[in-house]
Ligand binder design. Structure first.
Ligand SMILES: [Zn+2]
Length: 236
């Protein structure tokens, strides 16, 4: 079942003193009693978007994310709770862990994509390898045992194709991200509360998961190329 990220969180009340928790920082530490709120129940994966008080989107304002990270970090810092009750110390440590994990995941665009799919319950599918690129790479490797000149020429044409494939891949992913975010935006405006209620979304996310497989392939290929160039042609 697709659960997906939650769009709207109702402001809750302090678990310790029942004071309403209105803004982002008070969802972590109550302003009225100064006590950290118990860490949210662990889900796999955790809803980091909710933790940071931001809408689930693929394209994030990373500067805003960083600002939130530092703000929440100051609010929750365990140094502020050294003399607090054990349950409060534990809550601050658990929340700090979520904060650090969430920040690491959300600030990196690729990690964020993978996380988003995990959150939406989409499993990785179909490894759609760009076949022209794969074939040319095979030829490059073959040519390494031939003349240095022909190996260098093959490598140069491979790198050209690799660069253009990577550029068009990046453009495709960006367009898809925008399409998904627009669908989320629309759903939110319509008052839907879960991404699983957004109709075109499962299809778009499936497409995204295929693109991620391509991205993984391109990244590993880039590493192989670097390795090959470092070793140099094995000419005879
Ligand atoms: Zn309170």
């Amino acid at each position: 079942m697709v659960v997906g990220p939650v769009f709207q969180h109702k402001p809750g009340a302090c678990a310790r003193c029942a004071h309403p928790l209105e803004d982002l920082n008070s969802t972590h530490v109550c302003k009225a009693c100064g006590r950290p709120q118990p860490a949210p129940e662990r889900t796999i994966p955790p809803d980091y978007f909710a933790f940071f008080g931001i809408r689930p989107r693929l394209r994030l304002n990373v500067t805003d994310l960083e600002k939130r990270f530092y703000e929440i970090s100051r609010t929750l810092h365990p140094d502020r709770f050294t003399t607090a009750a054990a349950e409060d110390r534990l809550a601050s440590v658990e929340r700090m862990t979520l904060l650090n994990e969430g920040y690491r995941t959300l600030k990196d665009s690729f990690a964020r994509l993978r996380y988003f799919l995990e959150l939406a319950g989409v499993s990785r599918s179909g490894r759609a390898v760009p076949s022209a690129l794969a074939e040319l790479w095979f030829e490059v490797q073959e040519s390494m045992s031939e003349h240095a000149e022909s190996a260098a020429a093959k490598l140069a044409s491979f790198e050209e194709l690799f660069a253009s494939t990577s550029r068009s891949h990046a453009r495709d992913v960006e367009a898809l991200e925008r399409e998904i975010d627009a669908a989320l935006e629309k759903a939110e405006a319509a008052g839907l509360t879960h991404s699983s209620d957004v109709l075109p979304l499962p299809e778009l996310l499936r497409k995204l998961s295929e693109w991620i497989q391509v991205e993984i392939y391109l990244r590993s290929l880039a590493r192989d190329v670097q390795r090959l160039k470092a070793e140099g042609p094995q000419c005879r």
